[in-house]
Ligand binder design. Structure first.
Ligand SMILES: [Zn+2]
Length: 155
C-alpha cells in the first residue's frame, strides 16, 4: 500500500509532462481509473488506491496517462497501446484488485463460471460475452460490463 496515493499520482503525471492536468480519487467500483480530456483530469478509484500496491497503482496511472497523451479519441487502439508501452505499461502486470488475487485467470468463453469484482465485492458470475477490453457478465444482481481485470476464474 502507498501512504499517499495522490502525491504519488501527481508526481507521475508531472514526470510525463501533464503539468496542467489534475488527479483525484473517485468512488468508482467497477473501474480502476478514468481519464477526462474535457476537464484534463485523471481519477483513480479510492477503494483501489487505498489498497493497491505501488506497482498496481503505477500501472493504472500509466494506462490513464497514455490516454491523456494521445487523446481520448484513440480509445485502446494501436496508437494508445504504443504510447502506453513506451511509458512503461506492462502487459504482464495487469492490475488486479487485492480481493481477486487468490482467484486464477478466467477462461472467458460464453457460459464460463467466473467471479467478478463489482461495487467492492466478489460475486459469482457467468460470462455472456468477451469484448476487446471488457467482458459482459451475468450475476444474481443483473448484467454488468466490466474491465477484463475485474473478472477472474472460480477456484
Ligand atoms: Zn482505458
Amino acid at each position: 500500500m502507498i501512504a499517499d496515493p495522490l502525491s504519488y499520482a501527481r508526481a507521475l503525471l508531472e514526470r510525463h509532462g501533464l503539468h496542467d492536468w489534475t488527479v483525484g480519487l473517485d468512488r468508482a467500483r467497477t473501474r480502476l481509473g478514468n481519464c477526462r480530456e474535457d476537464t484534463r483530469s485523471i481519477t483513480i478509484s479510492r477503494t483501489f488506491a487505498e489498497r493497491a500496491t505501488e506497482s498496481d497503482l503505477e500501472q493504472v496511472l500509466l494506462h490513464e496517462i497514455a490516454h491523456a497523451l494521445v487523446g481520448a479519441r484513440h480509445g485502446h487502439d494501436g496508437v494508445w497501446l504504443r504510447k502506453a508501452r513506451e511509458i512503461g505499461l506492462r502487459a504482464d502486470q495487469a492490475p488486479i484488485p487485492p480481493e481477486l488475487r487468490e482467484y486464477p485467470p478466467a477462461r472467458l468463453w460464453p457460459g464460463a463460471s467466473v467471479v467478478a469484482f463489482i461495487r467492492g465485492e466478489v460475486v459469482a458470475a457467468r460470462v455472456l460475452k468477451r469484448n476487446q477490453t471488457t467482458v459482459d457478465v451475468d450475476t444474481p444482481n443483473g448484467a454488468f460490463r466490466l474491465p477484463l481485470m475485474l473478472v477472474r476464474g472460480r477456484v
